[in-house]
Design a protein around this ligand. Structure first.
Ligand code: IPE
Ligand code: IPE
Ligand code: MG
Length: 259
C-alpha cells in the first residue's frame, strides 16, 4: 500500500513502520523541523556516559531521514548543535564535533544513493577547519541530488540568525543597496539561513522538554508543534508517522477563520 502511494520511493527496501496509522499522502508536511533531544538522559538511564546517547542518536537520524524521504517530506531540518551547546564540558563538545565529522564521512554514499541533499544552517564558519572543509565537501557532493533536503542546524541559534540578518540588512543600508522602508517580512526572510526554504509545517521535540531552545524562532510563527516524552535515541519511524498523523488532524488557520 505504501509503495502504491509513493512509487518514487528510493528507499525501496521496506515499508515504514506506521504503527497502524494511515497518513494522507496529499497532506504530507513539506518541511519538518526536529529538535534531536534527550540523548544524555537516555544514556544516563542505561548507566552509560552521555556520549553513548549521542552515538545512538545518529542511528535515529539515519532512520528518520529514511522515513521522511519515503513519505515525501521535502525538507527535514534537524537541530544538531546550538549556539548555547558550547557551554557543555569540552570533552562532550569535542565528541559531538567528531561525531558530526564521522556522520558526514559514513553517510555520504547512502545520502547520494537516496538523492538526499545535505545542507547546513548556523554559523559553521566558527567550526574547526577540518570539519568546515567536510561540511563544504558533503554539501557540494550532494548538491545535485533531487530528493529530501536534510538541513542540519550546527552552531545554530535563532537569535544569532536574526542578529546576522539585521547586520546583513544594515550593511546593505550603509552601502545604499537597501532602505529601511524596503524592509518587509519577505526581506527579513531573505536574509535568514533558511531563505529559500518554506517555513516548517511541523516541529517535533522528543525528550519531554516543552520549549524551543532558540530553534528557528522566526520560522515557527505558524508551525504546528508535536512533543513526546520519548528520548531521541528511542524515537522510531512510527513516532514520526504518529506526529505526521496528528499534524494532519489539526486545523491550521494562520489567523484566519475555520474553513
Ligand atoms: C541532544 O541531547 C543532543 C544535543 C544537544 C547535542 P542532549 O545532549 O541535550 O540530551 P539531554 O537533553 O541532556 O538528555
Ligand atoms: C537543543 O537541546 C539543542 C539540540 C538538540 C541540538 P538542548 O538540550 O541544548 O536544550 P536545553 O538546554 O535543554 O533547552
Ligand atoms: Mg537536551
Amino acid at each position: 500500500m505504501w509503495q502504491r502511494w509513493f512509487n518514487k520511493n528510493n528507499y525501496a527496501q521496506s515499508e515504514p513502520d506506521t504503527a497502524g496509522l494511515v497518513i494522507d499522502p496529499v497532506k504530507i508536511p513539506a518541511h519538518v523541523a526536529i529538535i534531536m533531544d534527550g540523548n544524555g538522559r537516555w544514556a544516563k538511564a542505561k548507566g552509560m556516559p552521555r556520549v553513548f546517547g549521542h552515538r545512538a542518536g545518529v542511528e535515529t537520524l539515519r532512520e528518520i531521514v529514511k522515513t521522511a524521504s519515503q513519505i515525501g517530506v521535502k525538507v527535514l531540518t534537524a537541530y544538531a548543535f546550538s549556539t548555547e551547546n558550547w557551554k557543555r564540558p569540552a570533552d562532550e563538545v569535542a565528541f559531538l564535533m567528531n561525531l558530526l565529522a564521522e556522520y558526514l564521512d559514513s553517510e555520504i554514499e547512502e545520502l547520494n544513493q537516496n538523492q538526499v541533499k545535505l545542507r547546513f544552517i548556523g554559523d559553521t564558519e566558527q567550526l574547526a577547519p577540518a570539519l568546515k572543509a567536510k561540511i563544504a565537501e558533503t554539501t557540494r557532493l550532494t548538491a545535485q541530488n533531487s530528493g529530501l533536503i536534510l538541513n542540519l542546524a550546527v552552531n545554530y541559534g535563532g537569535r544569532a540568525e536574526l542578529v546576522r540578518a539585521f547586520r546583513l540588512m544594515a550593511d546593505k543600508i550603509s552601502n545604499g543597496a537597501l532602505t529601511a522602508a524596503e524592509i518587509t517580512e519577505d526581506v527579513v526572510n531573505a536574509h535568514l539561513y533558511t531563505a529559500d526554504l518554506p517555513d516548517p509545517d511541523l516541529l517535533i521535540r522528543p525528550s519531554g522538554d516543552l520549549r524551543l531552545s532558540n530553534y528557528l524562532l522566526w520560522q515557527v510563527a505558524y508551525t504546528e508543534f508535536w512533543f513526546t516524552n520519548v528520548n531521541w535515541p528511542d524515537f522510531k519511524p512510527h513516532h514520526f508517522i504518529e506526529a505526521i498523523y496528528e499534524y494532519q488532524q489539526r486545523e491550521r488557520r494562520f489567523g484566519g477563520l475555520k474553513k
